[in-house]
Design a protein around this ligand. Structure first.
Ligand code: ADP
Length: 598
């Protein structure tokens, strides 16, 4: 699929053409310091023609902010354009040029499918506790929450790191540091973003080229009282005249700043140390969030090129298990997609440097969405839904500790999945706040204890049980199990991710494979619900059945033995909900777009 990628920013338009089937970049160009985005995009067909590119199969647009409505890359329609316009107030510098690019491209190539790929999409997995600002509910109802950006870059870095290490992303805790003119850090736990330093807008977090990153919000009132500045004037200064540029007093180019700092310039030295300190602080915080870190990855102009900044940021992380190698760090020279490691051999944490490839990633997302949209609608057989109440899987040693030496569990009844059974025995699960009595043990024995509860029950117990796939019990909280012969403390408590067990025959019927994520709709009249992020697990021994926990079942008003229906991907890409911010009487979005600060 020949895919044009347009990345329209306020000061440049980058565009590339990829053949996504052979994975080759056919063309690449960048137009700087523009008269207007529209003019630049209008000039693209002539430039492509001169390069011998006369036909396109798809066009992908980078769009900074998709807000709460646009959760994944999608085919562009008038509704999508309107939803991106709704988000202008959340990304005043970035969404307007993207919209201008989309508008011209739709006129120029009316017959070519066009896709919007959002910087926010990768961060849709961030849990509420990390995306929520502690502000009045009425503000939060307007869509005021943390969204995160640079998602395309962080996703690419995750894939590249996993490929380089030969370890699935689902087994890694990665801290991805995108340090360019814009900069953000992302905590990626087992394949999904769990926190990132940018928030509702691209201002929060790290010190950037000309953006401040974190500030005290009390600053707005202070500056209003002392300098008489309006909120818009403060906002513009924080976007345009802050960050490295403000601290160094001599521009935002890290190469110049490092040069000046070396020559004794105190402002440049301060700029470097504030920049590195903020990045270190976020990395340490995210290691805390994930209960440790396996890989720290650097990308973006500064991350890829500044030997001294990487060293400053990685210093004194030995307590995390990171032993930095100065020689390997100095030797990094990236020319293509290399991903060198710069830690010593005995370092538990790996440090990887790699070029980001946002354009390539956008081309991949674009062809995925266009292919899915072109799929004929399919009618899938219904999927039985089973409700998993709390239960435990135990090791033989744990059973003996709780029931006595040599004790063997007795089978109470067989379960739908072949070889699995509910035992007659139960245990009590005890947390720091509360306990759950008589929790059923499921057999056969496992190699590690796994305690599965619903999120409400985790609150009752007083533990922060992470959302995990079965078997992923590393770094989980410790709780106490009580049996008739004793108690035992163990980790392994999780809230299980919803999933579908299926076998190769049924998987072929549905058209999915092991590891796919699908959406399932449950209709029961009263509380219809679509479950997103349902993991497919294929095994010849499995009977096809979707497993959800009691919280999820209650939300959907579903009883054990209910039915779900797989949602065809092509429907999903066209889905848009109404404006989440609420509407004014004229129907316009309540978060009225502010004038572009560009
Ligand atoms: P953008 O976010 O605009 O894509 P880039 O990823 O190109 O930005 O990063 C730009 C930043 O990278 C600039 O601050 C630039 O000074 C810095 N940079 C590029 N090369 C080097 C280098 N060799 N040493 C230090 N900083 C560098």
């Amino acid at each position: 699929m020949r895919t044009l990628v347009i990345n329209a920013g306020s000061s440049s338009v980058k565009f590339s053409v990829f053949d996504t089937a052979s994975n080759v970049q056919i063309f690449k160009s960048e137009l700087q310091r523009l008269e207007s985005v529209e003019k630049a995009v209008e000039g693209i067909p002539a430039l492509l023609e001169a390069a011998g590119i006369t036909t396109l199969d798809a066009i992908g647009h980078r769009v900074a902010h998709g807000g709460s409505q646009l959760m994944d890359a999608c085919v562009i329609s008038d509704d999508v354009v309107a939803a991106v316009e709704d988000c202008i107030s959340l990304a005043p510098l970035h969404n307007p040029p993207a919209l201008a690019g989309i508008s011209v491209a739709r006129k120029n190539w009316p017959d070519v499918p066009q896709v919007a790929v959002f910087d926010t999409a990768f961060h849709q997995t961030i849990p509420e506790r990390a995306s929520t600002y502690a502000v009045p509910e009425s503000w939060r109802n307007l869509g005021l929450r943390r969204y995160g950006f640079h998602g395309t870059s962080h996703k690419y870095v995750m894939l590249r790191v996993a490929e380089e290490l030969g370890t699935p992303a689902a087994e890694l805790r990665i801290i991805s540091c995108h340090l360019g003119n814009g900069a953000s850090v992302c905590a990626i736990e087992r394949g999904v973003s769990v926190d990132t330093s940018m928030g509702m807008t691209a201002l929060e977090g790290l010190v950037m080229g000309s953006r401040s990153g974190d500030v005290d919000p009390g600053m707005f009132a202070f500056l209003s009282r002392t300098l008489g500045l309006s909120p818009e004037e403060v906002e513009l200064e924080l976007y345009k005249n802050s960050g490295l540029a403000a601290l160094s007093g001599a521009g935002n180019d890290m190469r110049d700043i490092e040069q000046r700092a070396g020559e004794g310039d105190k402002k440049a030295q301060l700029a470097i140390s504030v920049y590195a300190y903020r990045a270190r602080k976020y990395i340490a915080a995210y290691a805390g969030v994930m209960g440790g870190v396996d890989v720290i990855a650097f990308t973006g102009g500064i991350g890829e090129n500044s030997v001294s900044m990487r060293k400053r940021i990685c210093e004194r992380f030995d307590y995390l298990g990171l032993i930095f190698d100065e020689d390997l760090n100095s030797a990094v020279k990236l020319t293509d997609s290399e991903a060198p490691q710069i830690q010593q051999k005995n370092s538990r944490v790996k440090v990887i440097v790699t070029q980001t490839r946002e354009q390539w990633m956008i081309a991949q997302e674009t062809s995925r969405v266009v292919r899915a949209a072109a799929m004929p609608p399919r009618h899938y057989p219904p999927i039985p839904v089973a409700v998993s109440a709390h239960h435990v899987h135990l090791t033989k040693e744990t059973v003996e500790a709780l029931f006595g030496k040599g004790y063997e569990l007795k089978i109470h009844k067989s379960l739908t999945q072949k070889g699995q059974w509910a035992a007659e025995e139960t245990v009590d699960v005890i947390g720091p706040r509360g306990e759950i009595k008589s929790v059923r043990i499921l057999g056969p024995y496992r190699s590690a204890n796994q305690i599965e509860v619903a999120e409400t029950e985790a609150f009752h117990l007083g533990v922060d049980a992470p959302l995990r796939q079965s078997g992923q019990t590393q770094n989980t909280p410790v709780i106490t199990l009580r049996g008739p012969a004793g108690t035992l403390q163990t980790d392994g408590i999780i809230v299980a991710s919803r999933h579908i067990h299926t076998n190769p025959t049924d998987a072929a019927k549905f058209g999915f494979k092991d590891g796919d994520m699908v959406e399932v709709e449950v209709r029961n009249g009263a509380r219809d619900l679509v479950f997103r992020d349902v993991l497919i697990r294929v095994n010849p021994e499995y009977t096809t059945e979707m497993h959800i926990d009691t919280d999820e079942a209650n939300a959907a008003h579903i009883k054990h033995g209910g039915l779900g229906a797989l949602i065809p991907v092509s429907t999903h890409v066209a889905q848009i909900t109404s404006c989440p911010h609420g509407s004014n009487t004229d129907g316009s979005c309540k978060l009225a777009p502010v004038a572009s600060a560009a």
